[in-house]
Structure formats: structure tokens, C-alpha cells
Ligand binder design. Structure first.
Ligand code: SF4
Length: 449
């Protein structure tokens, strides 16, 4: 059970030294209880108090790390039911399934699509992370060779699927340092699976028939010292999967029911027929509240919307995605190249810079800090106004980089052109297109004189 502010206060040094950024230990304790502060901000907490506080301040849904090193994936660690309450922390992993009963061309096709379907958007690389490898044949050698193949041909994080702990041990021994998910402990094999997960230090999926059985299994495993668990409640339909997903989140967060305080894995392929239906199921469960979603296959038209949906849901709603203020060089500009101005909302920046790049016209792009707001919103909020843009342009140093004095502002900010000319009397203010798609055409007609 989480501690109250007063209980936390009793464990703090009570010196009111202010090093944590608040005036008193009591204020810090209250912030900690409300999830607004990190324990690490107080350097003077004793080890004993730290152990007690860390346990009580652990997120109600455990954060589980899959894989090792830079490419590791964190799932779980969630603290709210609804994104607007704070934010969702760790985006779910997206996996493709291969089986050792599949023909080679089918496996190759799925792995090729896993590797190829990657997209750059708003400066981020959107891609699936995992391959689930199913020992459907029951043959350990076939399983081991497929595990080897996936590990050597892709950078995927792995989910090793077998009900036989011995088969997992033999097939997975060569990849155990990659910290794959072992799928799955059930009531029939729980002890053997627990021993293997403990020996390798790997996350363990727990599969039960319904939430009651899952709770019993996770309780038994946590008592045995295993913490990194991932839940599969074996839903028989999409409706059941949806209900279970919400019940698990609610039980962990609202009822503080620790046995369900783990991220989940759902197999969209078991709940739908055909990739289109699978994609809809996956989309719903990404929104609520899967830790890993497994699909039978990927196609660009199915995977891309899921990646974008995941990106949107897991951005912090209180912090717009923003680009750093400054001067950006596009296509190798020189002193006669046009100077364009935009806001630092990431999406705006990437659309505008993308269109300038497409134009092949060497250009300077001035990105003004608008606290991540788009041009129109920033203008309405007074953050893209002449009296803030003027000083920014002067300070930016762009005047040293170009011989001309022409500044292209977004068409949506045309209303500020007069005031901006007053702020920047040496500059001629030109109104650019309202839509970024028209930037290439606009730039084609550019002359510095
Ligand atoms: Fe108290 Fe620690 Fe904050 Fe100092 S840093 S005021 S001891 S909580």
C-alpha cells in the first residue's frame, strides 16, 4: 500500500535543508505522496527509509524491461487510468508472430516486413520492436533454429513461446543475454518456468484462464522472488480482451491489487480473422491498455496507423512536442538564400522543413520558440507576435548569414506583417503560403533582390 504524506514525512531527515527544491521536508513528503516529486531529489534519505519509500512509491503497474542495452523496451510503469490525468508512460511493444511450423518463405516475408516497415515522423523513428517465436511444432531443434534465425537476421526483441520450460531453455540459451520474454508460465509449468526466468533474469509472461487464475499465479511467482511479469488472461474474444484490459488497469490502480499490477500481452491474431480485423483489435488495445500487442503479420497500411496511434497516445498531453529554437540550414543555403520563419511545434517544423527540402531550394529556416504551439495557436496566444519575433530575429544572427533582408512569414500570420516591419525596419516582410504544401512552388520564384 502506498504511504501517506505524513507516513513519508516520518521517514525523512526533517532538516528542512531545501536541497530538494521545496522549503520543508513536509512539503517534499506531500509532493512525493502525490507523485509530483522523485525520491532521488533528497540526497539525505537513509538506506532503510529508501527501501521503504521506494516500495511504497513504486508505480502500481510494474515497469518491465525487455531486452538489454540501448534497444531495450520498457513497458508498464503506468500510474493513471486516463491520459489527461497525467500521461501514459511507456508505449506498448508491437510484435509480429512467426512459428516453427511455417514454411520458410512465409517466415522470411514476415521478418522482411518487420525490418522494412519503419517510418520517420516528427524526428522519431517509428517501428515495431518484437518478434514472437512460437514453438508450435513441439520440436526443440526446429524451435532453436528459428530462434537463431530471428536473432541473427533482425534486431528484434524476442518473445520465446513454448509451454515446455526445457524446450525454452535449449532453444533460448544462445539468446538469453538478449533478455527475451519467456512465454508463458501456466498453472501446469509455473515452477519450471519460474526457475528458468530467475536463472536467466528474463521477464516472464504469465498465462491464466481469467483474472482469478492469473492473480494466483502472479502471487505465487512474486512470493518466489520474480518481479518482472507480464500478464496474459487468455481472453476468448475481443470483448473479453477489452474488459480484462480495463479491469486489470482498474484493479492495479484503483483497488491497489498488486497481483494484477503488471503490464499485459495480447494476441490480436487470436481475437480476429484477417489482418484488417486484427489491426482494429490492436488499435483498440493500444489505446486501452496493452503492454505488448502481437499481430500475425505486418503490412504498411496496417502497421503505420498503429505506430502513429501509439505515438499520439503516448505523447505527454501537458507538453507539446517541440523543436529547439534556432536557425536551421536546409539544402545547403548561402548568403542569397531565402529566410523563412515558423513556430517550434514539432509537427509544423517537420512539415515545413520537409516541404523546403522537397523544393530543393537552399534555404534558412528560423524556428521561433512558441512553447510547442502551432503558428495559428501561438499567434492567438500572443507567442507568435511581432514584439516577440522581432527580438528573436535580431538575436538569432541570421543577419550575418544573408546579404538580403527579406523574411518570409507563414501565410497564417499575415496579420502581423505591418507590426513586424516596425519591429524589424531593415527587413522586408513577405507573406508566404498558408499551407506548407505550396512552399516548393513559392520558393521556385524566389530572388534575393
Ligand atoms: Fe528534507 Fe531532504 Fe528536502 Fe532537505 S532535501 S528539505 S532533508 S526532504
Amino acid at each position: 500500500m502506498p504511504l501517506t504524506g505524513i507516513e513519508i514525512f516520518k521517514l525523512l531527515p526533517k532538516t528542512n535543508c531545501r536541497e530538494c527544491g521545496v522549503p520543508t521536508c513536509l512539503a517534499f513528503a506531500m509532493n512525493l505522496a502525490a507523485g509530483k516529486a522523485e525520491l532521488a531529489s533528497c540526497p539525505y534519505v537513509s538506506e532503510e527509509a529508501k527501501a521503504k519509500l521506494e516500495e511504497s512509491s513504486a508505480p502500481p503497474i510494474r515497469q518491465v524491461v525487455i531486452g538489454a542495452g540501448e534497444g531495450a523496451l520498457k513497458i508498464g510503469g503506468e500510474t493513471v487510468m486516463f491520459r489527461h490525468e497525467k500521461r501514459f508512460e511507456n508505449p506498448p511493444g508491437i510484435a509480429v508472430l512467426v512459428s516453427d511450423l511455417m514454411e520458410e518463405p512465409e517466415i522470411n516475408g514476415r521478418l522482411a516486413r518487420f525490418k522494412e516497415l519503419r517510418y520517420e515522423r516528427v524526428g522519431l523513428l517509428l517501428k515495431p520492436e518484437l518478434v514472437a517465436i512460437n514453438n508450435e511444432s513441439g520440436n526443440t531443434d526446429k524451435f532453436a533454429s528459428l530462434v537463431q534465425k530471428v536473432a541473427s537476421e533482425t534486431d528484434a526483441l524476442l518473445i520465446l513461446m513454448s509451454g515446455d520450460a526445457e524446450a525454452l531453455k535449449q532453444a533460448g540459451a544462445a539468446v538469453k543475454d538478449k533478455k527475451p520474454v519467456l512465454y508463458a508460465a501456466t498453472k501446469d509449468n509455473v515452477d519450471a518456468m519460474a526457475a528458468l526466468a530467475k536463472e536467466w533474469g528474463c521477464p516472464l509472461a504469465v498465462k491464466g484462464e481469467g483474472l482469478e487464475e492469473v492473480s494466483q499465479l502472479t502471487s505465487k511467482l512474486t512470493e518466489a522472488g520474480l518481479k518482472d511479469l507480464i500478464i496474459d488472461s487468455s481472453p476468448s474474444s475481443f470483448r473479453k480482451a477489452w474488459e480484462d484490459s480495463i479491469l486489470i488497469r482498474r484493479a492495479a490502480l484503483v483497488d491497489k491489487h498488486r497481483p494484477l499490477g503488471f503490464p499485459t500481452i495480447v494476441f490480436a491474431n487470436r481475437l480476429a480473422q484477417g489482418l484488417a480485423q486484427e489491426t482494429i483489435v490492436a488499435s483498440a488495445l493500444i489505446a486501452k491498455y496493452a503492454g505488448i500487442v502481437v499481430l500475425s503479420d505486418f503490412r504498411g497500411e496496417s502497421l503505420f496507423p498503429l505506430l502513429v496511434e501509439r505515438l499520439n497516445i503516448y505523447t505527454d498531453p501537458q507538453r507539446p512536442m517541440a523543436t529547439t529554437e534556432g536557425i536551421y540550414e536546409i539544402n545547403g543555403p548561402n548568403e542569397d538564400s531565402p529566410v523563412l520563419l515558423t513556430s517550434n511545434f514539432s509537427l509544423t517544423y517537420f512539415i515545413v522543413s520537409g516541404e523546403i527540402e522537397n523544393s530543393r531550394v537552399p534555404s534558412w529556416l528560423l524556428v521561433k520558440d512558441t512553447e510547442g504551439l502551432s503558428v495559428m495557436t501561438a499567434w492567438a496566444a500572443g507567442k507568435f507576435s511581432a514584439d516577440t519575433i522581432g527580438p528573436f530575429v535580431k538575436k538569432s544572427g541570421i543577419a550575418d548569414k544573408v546579404r538580403h533582408r527579406k523574411l518570409v512569414i507563414p501565410g497564417y500570420a499575415a496579420a502581423i506583417s505591418g507590426e513586424l516591419e516596425e519591429e524589424l525596419p531593415d527587413w522586408q516582410i513577405l507573406i508566404g503560403p498558408r499551407e506548407a504544401a505550396y512552399i516548393p512552388g513559392y520558393l521556385k520564384g524566389w530572388t534575393p533582390s
